[in-house]
Design a protein around this ligand. Structure first.
Ligand SMILES: [Zn+2]
Length: 57
């Protein structure tokens, strides 16, 4: 399992509609809220969904 913290920047495999692949973690709980660095839109994903979408570093 990957570890996450608020304020961390993560990179997804696929770009958001705005073209950015970078997201800032805003909240961590049962699910994880992310804000797109490109357009500022926020999304909420389950942890396993987020892990699937990320580029592993
Ligand atoms: Zn975006």
């Amino acid at each position: 399992m990957m570890s996450f913290e608020v304020g961390q920047i993560v990179t997804t495999k696929k770009a958001h509609v705005c073209g950015s692949k970078e997201w800032v973690i805003k909240r961590i709980g049962a699910d994880i809220k992310l804000q797109c660095k490109g357009c500022g839109r926020e999304i909420v994903l389950m942890r396993y969904e987020l892990e699937k979408r990320l580029i592993k570093k």
